[in-house]
Design a protein around this ligand. Structure first.
Ligand code: PFF
Length: 456
């Protein structure tokens, strides 16, 4: 078993926690969680989401880190190594390949949305939102989204930033980017919540997010539950090998269980804080919680436009949002870059450019779907929406099931015992029950139920 990875290693245990939470915390928490929760009516969605994080997310995160650390390569080659070590079919490499496809699709639209964040840094800084109301904020947003050239410019800049960091390699590139930015984002978010609590409809927001009302699921319960589960996978970066490859750079002596719990808790906390920062503004201004992917871009600017120092503070917020997106995007590109380096002997720089440019091209299709190609839909969705829906709700959970089955059923008990180092105690047994039975069954049932194959 390899002790280190050829791509480098995290220099300290804290570096892993920072990088993994850098991957987890991103647009998924601040952009996607509030708008998805808003689409499905709040509290009931949040409750199902939290259950999914605890019962499915954390065990699968442990499994991914464990597989990564045992294989010490890109997800495809890690699965290849593990299948031969464990005497299993090579077909399991499919997990790695599926992950690469998923990463391409996610990163292509992720970069476009991150581009919105970049654009908003300048809009807030120059005072575009001063004293603005909901309708005007909506217009600024549709002005941006309708302008393909602008979106292209920001998307290109963002992908350039991602390629730059990934091409510099794990320790020098990835680690530095997360060390200071994650804590800063957290502090700013707390300030936003305090502001929202003192000026907006905080009680309404708390009630909306934390009082589960399953009536709101009526008519689309299957899809709502699938979306809550998909959001958990997306937000925790699970099911496509991102956390697996970060695990491959982790030292043998670090505790996988403890790290997973820490990362998942931070990720969840940030999502809840984002909700608490946004919904008070939504309700105080009579906006609709279900206004879709534009939600934070149409609500937070109102708060920035009202608050003292809002120009500076708002700009800072979007800077940090961009950084959060950046540290997640890096983890989406890393698995394919590592694979190109391992299999085709590419230099890191060449691999990053090749993978990055391919993703960029796909991203162009995503951004055009918001304007020039808005008439073109598949299953009633434009390309960007389709990629968002399919990756979070289908591809990541499918990847998650496969990872759970491999870790729980195909890998020898002795191997997971050795890697997790929890001893034979309760913690290991609970993990094993969750990974063997609970996670695969729950994901399968939720997916079949949403498809209408199973009627619950
Ligand atoms: N977890 C990231 C977010 O919440 O923004 C997005 C993401 C990163 C999803 C890496 C999947 C992934 F593998």
């Amino acid at each position: 078993m390899a002790v280190t990875s050829i791509h480098g290693m995290w220099s300290t245990r804290l570096a892993f926690i920072l990088a993994a939470s850098g991957s987890a915390v991103g647009l998924g928490n601040i952009w996607r969680f509030p708008y998805t929760a808003g689409e499905y009516g709040g509290g009931a969605f949040v409750l199902v989401y939290l259950l999914c994080v605890a019962a499915i997310g954390i065990p699968i995160m442990m499994a991914e880190i464990m597989l990564g650390r045992r294989g010490r390569q890109s997800p495809i080659n890690t699965m290849r190594t593990l299948t031969s070590q464990e005497g299993r079919s090579k077909g399991w490499q499919l997990v790695g390949w599926m992950g690469i496809v998923t990463a391409f699709l996610i990163l292509s639209f992720y970069s476009v949305i991150a581009g919105w964040g970049l654009a908003y840094i300048f809009r807030t800084a120059t005072g575009v939102f001063n004293g603005i109301d909901g309708a005007a904020a909506g217009e600024v947003f549709s002005g941006l989204v309708g302008d393909a050239e602008r979106l292209l410019a920001w998307h290109t800049i963002f992908m350039g930033m991602v390629i730059l960091v990934v091409s510099r390699g794990v320790a020098s590139g990835l680690e530095k980017a997360v060390r200071y930015l994650m804590p800063a984002l957290f502090v700013l978010l707390v300030v936003m919540v305090i502001y929202a609590a003192s000026t907006g409809d905080f009680a309404g927001a708390v009630d909306y997010l934390f009082a589960p009302d399953f009536e709101k699921f009526k008519g689309h319960a299957g899809e709502a539950i699938l979306s809550a589960m998909g959001q958990a996978f997306f937000s925790l970066s699970l099911g496509m090998g991102a956390i697996m490859i970060y695990g491959s750079y982790l030292n043998r002596d670090a505790s996988i269980a403890r790290n997973s719990v820490i990362v998942a808790s931070m990720d969840t906390l940030v999502a809840l804080l984002a909700g608490l920062a946004i919904f008070p503004v939504v309700f105080a201004n009579g906006l609709a919680p279900n206004s879709g992917p534009g939600l934070i871009f149409q609500t937070l600017p109102i708060a920035f436009g009202e608050m003292p120092g809002g120009q500076l503070f708002g700009a800072l917020f979007f800077v940090l949002l961009t950084f959060a997106a950046w540290t997640s995007a890096i983890s989406l590109l890393e698995p394919m870059v590592a694979w190109l380096v391992e299999n085709l002997s590419f230099s890191r720089v060449r691999a990053s450019v090749l993978a990055g440019v391919t993703v960029w091209l796909l991203g162009v299709a995503c951004l055009l779907s918001l304007n020039e190609w808005s008439g073109f839909t598949i299953f009633g969705k434009g390309i960007l929406d389709l990629f968002d829906f399919v990756t979070a709700n289908i591809l990541l959970p499918l990847g998650g099931i496969l990872i759970a089955i491999f870790a729980g059923w195909k890998m020898a008990r002795a191997s997971s015992l050795d890697e997790l180092r929890l001893g034979e105690g309760v913690a290991y047994r609970v993990w094993r029950v969750l990974i063997r039975y609970v996670a695969p069954t729950a994901v399968m049932v939720v997916m079949l139920n949403a498809l209408g194959v199973l009627k619950l």
